[in-house]
Design a protein around this ligand. Structure first.
Ligand code: S0N
Length: 274
């Protein structure tokens, strides 16, 4: 896909490309030889890039995608799957993709899955946890767990069911069938389907619109939508955002000032809204 955007490398990695353009951070899984399957190292690199996106004030929206026109991501690399998880270069088995899922979910900025081919297994779960999914017409979606000796009973099941409903989520997991981009869109787990050549342009158009919106409003609404499903962890995030906003008020400043000035705080002048 020829890009009309001038992507600048933020940091060099082995398994991913991490780039920036016009307020957007783009993370591309760069293992096309394995249909962009992830190893513990790939995941670790994505975690580092997501963390960068969190702290970089120039980045307002993040795109997650895969290299080439064959796959977004085909899940865990079966070549390094050992007993107890995916074995990294250090010989330790891990399932660190769960940490990546949590990073995507709690990043206080929208994350868009730009699905350019197969989104399968743990790769399917990655698009599920992204805030929005834009797919090319050649994209194919599905879970393989019960066929290949794995499953994701966390976000990969419960959050998927929120998108497509319980019956359909069970079908996706129990039968391990593959679905076209159009079917995925009709099910409610993809926002838009476009020809492959238009995928990046369309995704960037969506990103540009979000970049024009209030970042705090986007942050709060993402936290609110997550909170309903994420129990105490979701409430913690939403409440943390409320605290952030409270810190901006004079009323909160008065509490701190009074402590430092060794006097009683005077909150009497602050409004008690109905
Ligand atoms: C993606 C598929 C459908 C593509 O088929 P296609 O186009 O016919 O290509 P192939 O010839 O099959 O593949 C080309 C080459 O790429 C290699 N390859 C493909 N996928 C993988 C992979 N996942 N790991 C390693 N190699 C892969 C092929 O082997 C082939 O190589 P050569 O040329 O040497 O033969 C098709 O490839 C496919 O079905 N792939 C496997 C999909 C799969 O089952 N993935 C693993 C699913 N499991 C997980 O992701 C585990 C993690 C997980 O589920 C989980 C568990 C708990 C909590 C969270 C998670 C989570 O991940 O979220």
């Amino acid at each position: 896909m020829a890009s009309q955007y001038k992507w600048e490398t933020i940091k060099e990695f082995e398994d991913i490309r991490f780039e920036y353009c016009e307020g957007v951070g783009k993370i591309t899984i760069n293992r096309p030889r394995y249909r962009n399957a992830f190893t513990p190292q790939t995941v670790q690199e994505m975690i580092e890039a997501m963390d960068h996106c969190r702290y970089d004030e120039n980045i307002g929206v993040v795109i997650l995608t895969g290299e080439g026109d064959k796959a977004f991501c085909s899940g865990g690399d079966q070549n390094v799957k050992g007993v107890g998880g995916y074995v990294g270069k250090d010989g330790v088995p891990r399932l660190n993709v769960l940490d990546l899922q949590k990073k995507i979910r709690s990043l206080p900025k929208p994350v868009v899955a730009m699905v350019n081919g197969f989104a399968i297994g743990g790769g399917h779960v990655l698009h599920v946890v992204c805030d929005l999914s834009i797919a090319s017409e050649n994209a194919i979606f599905g879970q393989t767990g019960p066929k290949v000796g794995s499953f994701d009973g966390g976000f990969g099941s419960s959050y998927l069911a929120r998108h497509v409903g319980q019956k359909k989520a069970r079908e996706i997991w129990f039968l391990c069938k593959q679905y076209s981009a159009q079917e995925a869109c009709e099910m409610g787990m993809v926002n838009k389907v476009v020809p492959f050549e238009e995928l990046e342009n369309e995704t960037m158009e969506w990103c540009k619109i979000m970049l024009e919106r209030s970042p705090l409003a986007l942050r709060m609404v993402k936290a609110g939508l997550n909170a309903e499903l994420d129990g105490q962890a979701g409430i913690q995030e939403l409440a943390g955002n409320a605290t952030l906003l409270y810190y901006f008020t004079e009323e909160a400043q008065e509490g701190k000032k009074a402590f430092l000035e060794k006097r009683k705080p005077d909150f009497s002048k602050y409004p008690k809204f109905p």
